[in-house]
Design a protein around this ligand. Structure first.
Ligand SMILES: [Zn+2]
Ligand SMILES: [Zn+2]
Length: 262
């Protein structure tokens, strides 16, 4: 790229301004790209007055590039890597301490626009309504069911379980049965504390064995298969869900017919 004093230039007296066509072409290109005369000198070897003259003759107007594009920031590579990873300028600044204008310049050179990450709107709404509580619990600040006080969340006219959303965050799958926490914080929605029905039963069963409990019988007193109907209470005590349901039903029937038909 560098152009020495060519024989052509020396031989043609009075026409020292004549440059090799390739150099002229380079100058035109750099001018049209908006480089300064100094930068054109640095890149082609012509002096600044020549560059200024070609600028005027060609009607290129003033330079629009103020910095040398190859000037490197001490943390250039680090900044480039973080921008490529998709971080915002603010976050890159926070992590590297690099100057914000330098970060903007590097982003421009890379040609990578910042696209803010999109939290799924349901999770975002959930997150906005939770607050960390001492002990790793998560308090629900949003709506609650009137009688039970169970957290609920309305989203797009549908009712969602905040505990269920927490469960999905932890496990990446849909829960089976009801999701709730068994920690000592009432209606906790911390992802680490909630579990679905099978998960809860497994934990309770483990507790039963850990506290010296024996394996439950295969069938209850009324002959229900405990693999299907067997459940554990929070302390590991086994009970039969089928029997419990039947007791509940007969109690309700009794309540509904206080005096019997008149
Ligand atoms: Zn908790
Ligand atoms: Zn039973």
């Amino acid at each position: 790229m560098t152009v020495g004093t060519s024989e052509t230039g020396a031989a043609t007296a009075g026409a020292a301004r004549l440059l090799p066509p390739a150099t002229e072409e380079s100058i035109r290109m750099l001018l049209s790209e908006g480089h300064t005369d100094a930068e054109i000198r640095r890149r082609t070897g012509v002096d600044v007055r020549t560059a200024a003259r070609r600028r005027k003759e060609g009607g290129f107007g003033p330079a629009t590039r103020r910095r040398r594009p190859n000037r490197k920031h001490p943390k250039e590579q680090q900044v480039q890597a973080l921008i490529t990873e998709g971080l915002s300028n603010g976050e890159v600044h926070r992590r590297t301490g690099a100057d914000r204008s330098a970060i903007r310049r590097i982003r421009q050179q890379l040609g990578i626009a910042y696209v803010p990450p999109k939290l799924p709107p349901l999770e975002e709404k959930w997150e906005q309504r939770t607050r960390p509580v001492e002990g790793g619990h998560l308090e629900w600040l949003g709506e609650r069911a009137k009688r039970s006080g169970t957290p609920v969340m309305r989203y797009r006219e549908k009712s969602h379980s905040p505990a269920g959303i927490a469960f999905r965050q932890r496990t990446g799958r849909d829960p089976v049965g009801q999701v709730r926490a068994e920690c000592d914080y009432p209606h906790c929605v911390a992802p680490a504390h909630v579990d679905d029905e099978p998960g809860r039963q497994r934990t309770r069963e483990q507790l039963r064995y850990l506290t010296g409990g024996a394996e439950r019988p295969a069938r209850c007193r009324h002959g229900h298969d405990q693999n299907e109907h067997g459940r554990y209470q929070p302390d590991g005590t086994a009970y039969c869900e089928a029997c419990r349901r039947e007791r509940k039903r007969s109690r309700r029937t009794a309540d509904e017919q206080p005096g019997g038909p008149a």
